[in-house]
Design a protein around this ligand. Structure first.
Ligand code: FPP
Length: 235
């Protein structure tokens, strides 16, 4: 029997740079094309009934990239936020950001807050961008918060700790997709992905179509998930 559509899908959108370099184009062209793919996949996720889509757009490690490339990515983000609000409202998409936003430029931070507030009551799909995000950093921020709030050690359970992460209140990812042939998690939702299924493809992110997204979901639905138990009826 096929499993249900994943409630939460995480995507590591990798390969923009290589896509551009293979064509003799500047890396910025790969990122621009990558934004178009992200929009298409958000729409597809919304229409399929996925509840949460988490897109890894900028890792904490990405701050080490050349300044001009960071500028291009921040510019694309600013542009996307300014132009997508209407679509988010029409498509009932709630926009959120995961990560340490204190490192983002002030004007981007305020655009993020405006968009988060405006879309807070949209309920069809939560589309969240991991920006200046690192999973270990997220865990450290949660630990610091627990200590600051003087939570008794015995009160700390998996559920309480989960509620202190950036993904508070959301189901864990059922499926993590990574494009471009790399077989790593790269610090993306490590706590939340403990039981996730993985789908790796050699396709570079700018070539990742709606059809391949559907293929990934189909592949997931054909798999068996046991969460450490055995199939019912097995002795
Ligand atoms: C991965 O390709 C992409 C990124 C590191 C960041 C940019 C992501 C996008 C532009 C998609 C949508 C995001 C926004 C901001 C709305 P890479 O540069 O790591 O590729 P490479 O591994 O081939 O060099």
């Amino acid at each position: 029997m096929k499993r249900a559509i994943p409630r939460h899908i995480g995507i590591i959108m990798d390969g923009n740079g290589r896509w551009a370099e293979m064509r003799g184009l500047p890396r910025s062209e790969g990122h621009k094309r990558g934004v178009e793919r992200a929009k298409e996949i958000m729409e597809a996720a919304g229409s399929l009934g996925v509840e949460v889509l988490s897109l890894y757009a900028f890792s904490i490690e990405n701050w080490r990239r050349p300044e001009d490339e960071i500028g291009v990515i921040m510019g694309l983000l600013e542009n996307t936020l300014k132009h997508q609000l209407e679509t988010f409202m029409l498509e009932k998409i709630r926009f959120r950001v995961l990560g340490d936003r204190s490192r983002l430029p002030e004007h981007i931070r305020s655009l993020i807050e405006i968009t988060e507030q405006a879309t807070a009551h949209n309920s069809r799909l939560t589309a969240q961008f991991a920006l200046s995000y690192g999973g270990r950093d997220e865990i450290i921020r949660a630990v610091r918060r627990a200590i600051r709030e003087r939570i008794e050690p015995e009160r700390i359970t998996e559920a309480l700790f989960s509620s202190m992460l950036d993904t508070e209140g959301q189901p864990d990812p059922d499926l993590i997709v990574r494009t471009s042939g790399e077989l790593r998690l790269s610090n993306f939702l490590p706590w939340q992905s403990a039981y996730a299924e993985f789908y790796f493809t050699g396709t570079l992110w700018p070539d990742f179509t709606r059809q391949e997204f559907l293929d990934a979901i189909h592949d997931y639905r054909m798999r068996e998930r046991r969460f450490g138990t055995v199939k019912p009826g097995v002795q």
